[in-house]
Design a protein around this ligand. Structure first.
Ligand SMILES: [Zn+2]
Length: 409
């Protein structure tokens, strides 16, 4: 070994170590709402073409899907600031932002601030913002979960400079949208058969062009499968009565029911039960047929007479004996969120009653189409059944209230 090699290696190592710690990505990021090819290019100072090359499995004509992983070149440096879609030139933006046009030109790789470019977005540097391509007038946009789970309530919360007329659609499903001054929440549910897919989240603000980004949903695929055999009277169920009951209840559930009536986390509607005898989304086959339906709620096997409690504040909208659901109570919690309690042997509230969390609404029984004492609890968001057990765990109750600048608990 030549005598100068070792000192040289040590010197090189030293230089390596003493490099300033620049903000570096570890080479991969998870796509968040508003991460467009243009905003990622500005943020990581990488040409869009390089991002497409590194992520050739992603369609360059489409925004990267929220919740998917994006590969970045090694050792990229991250820029902070707000992304602006220029209506004109950089000079006008500099004046509006009270910043130097030359600084903007340098940050945006432009030779001169006086050369107009109508198409390329620009970065207005600041210390904290992450450049993102958000819907018109939005200063913040956040999702309830970055990778969605089928069968759960999902939503977004946002902040606007001034709340305008906002509509939102997930896939083919129009979301319930609620505003409180500059705060905004959009809600919907996805059924248990939703599967793995990338529905498009579309947000439209007034007359502005709609903002669209796909959103990754991943099916946990660990659904329960149940084979049920119906014999005798149970097999002779009256399909017309089932359909009529369903239609009548959907007319209630699909109502977008006004401000939130809860102000603390939801709680279990039953304190004492033997076991959860059937989970939400359990696939059901009747008499050997295909798994065409699923269980729309959660079943708690419990002794007859066990008190059933309101899980959160709300107004009673149904309190009567139904053909399928037996002794039934449905509570409207506001924002298009309804919970229902079925097969009860007695009902202790009436339509129009305002209930408080933990208030007794009835007793466990086995009325309606039921084969034993149990409480069936269902929860609907935007007219779609969602997993009530997941709702208790996912913390969306308080997440929504915080999004509307209201306290929770
Ligand atoms: Zn059930």
């Amino acid at each position: 070994m030549k005598r100068w090699i070792l000192p040289l290696v040590l010197l090189l190592l030293l230089i390596q170590i003493q490099q300033p710690a620049a903000a570096q990505s570890n080479g991969r990021i998870t796509i968040q709402p508003g991460d467009s090819w243009a905003s990622l290019s500005l943020r990581f100072q990488v040409p869009e073409a390089t991002l497409h090359e590194l992520n050739s499995h992603m369609n360059p004509q489409r925004l990267p899907a929220i919740g998917t992983e994006l590969a970045l070149p090694e050792n990229t440096t991250e820029q902070s600031g707000q992304m602006r879609r220029p209506g004109g030139n950089l000079l006008a933006t500099a004046v509006a932002q009270q910043t130097s046009p030359w600084l903007l030109a340098i940050r945006n790789n432009r030779a001169s601030p006086y050369r107009a470019n109508l198409y390329r977005p620009i970065l207005v540097p600041d210390a904290t913002s992450i450049p993102r391509d958000l819907p018109a007038g939005f200063s913040r946009l956040e999702l309830s979960q970055v990778v969605g789970t089928p069968g759960q309530a999902v939503g977004f919360r946002a902040e606007m400079d001034a709340v305008g007329d906002v509509t939102a659609v997930l896939g083919s499903n129009e979301m319930d949208v609620f505003a409180n001054e500059q705060f905004l929440v959009g809600l919907t549910g996805t059924g248990a058969f939703f599967g793995t897919q990338q529905p498009v989240l579309q947000i439209q603000v007034g007359d502005a062009p709609p903002w669209r980004q796909p959103w990754q949903f991943r099916d946990p695929a660990d659904w329960e499968y149940q084979q049920l055999t119906l014999t005798g009277t149970a097999a002779q169920i009256d399909q017309q009565s089932i359909d009529e009951e369903r239609a009548r209840l959907f007319a209630i559930w699909e109502q977008n029911s006004g401000p939130p009536q809860w102000n603390a986390p939801f709680q279990l509607p039953i304190n004492s039960f033997l076991e959860i005898s059937s989970t939400f989304g359990a696939r059901r086959s009747y008499n050997g047929g295909p798994y065409r339906t699923y269980h729309e709620g959660v079943d708690f096997a419990a002794y007859g007479g066990t008190p059933v409690l309101a899980p959160a504040g709300g107004t009673v909208v149904v309190a009567e004996v139904l053909y399928v659901r037996g002794g039934a109570v449905i509570i409207d919690h506001g924002l298009g969120i309804y919970s229902g309690f079925y097969h009860m042997s007695s009902i202790t509230v009436a339509p129009g009653d305002v209930v408080t969390p933990g208030q007794i609404v009835g007793e466990v029984g086995t009325t309606g189409l039921s084969t034993g004492n149990h409480l069936h609890w269902d929860l609907l968001v935007d007219g779609i059944w969602v997993d009530a057990q997941a709702w208790l765990d996912q913390g969306m109750d308080c997440w929504i209230l915080a999004g509307l600048n209201r306290p929770c608990g």
